[in-house]
Design a protein around this ligand. Sequence first.
Ligand code: ZN
Ligand code: ZN
Length: 251
Amino acid sequence: MKNIHPQTLFILFPLYTLPCFSIYYLGNYSFNYFIGFLLTWILIGGIGLELTHHRYWAHQQFKVHKLTEWIISYIGCLSLHGSPLFWRSHHIMHHRYTDVDGDPHSPVKGFFHSTIGWSIDKENLNKINFKYAGKKMLTDPYQLALQKYYYFIVYLSFFSVYLISSSFFWLCFVPAVFIAFHQGPLVNWFCHRKGKGKEIKISNLNNLSLVTWGLSLHNNHHNNPSSINFSSSETTVDFGYWLYKLTLKHV
Ligand SMILES: [Zn+2]
Ligand SMILES: [Zn+2]
């Protein structure tokens, strides 16, 4: 326990307990709630986490209006992956030190570490250097506020959604956040795997492309991190790129 970062438990606890309570509301379920869940997941997992935290902030693959940047940065925080500042810093380290010392979530240290463990391990989190985010982001007051007040912002947002509509909260919002959060661990586990030798192999998994918004086309992404389209052929589909063309490309 002494190696666990205590604040991260404020994220993991609701992440794994709230969906259990959603089950009690299933009696009210209707198709409308399914559509509500899908739209919320597209917003938080697709636009927030994959397009904003990953493609916009970590790789700067496209530009948006400043107001849009503020809105989507906040939405990305709801995926429970931390602030854009935290995400950009650890993801730049992941690309720079892929599967060697310095990679915050390498599978070399095992399944649990590469999926959930890395994000609650105090020692590991202390190694994430915000200097990788660069001076521009480190002097942006809005981004610094998202980092400083991250837990408060998340809890206030969850509570506000609950107050606005408790049935939407349990049947749309909570399941959408749960799926969005696991996009990262899914890729870390399935796309960075030990090969026959001891070396780590990075794969493209087209059948996980929808649920991870294209991030599972992972070898393509590692080979060409500045490209916004992770697809390399007509048989692979980057759903994140489709979502970008439908939404953030225009704002
Ligand atoms: Zn990777
Ligand atoms: Zn990346």
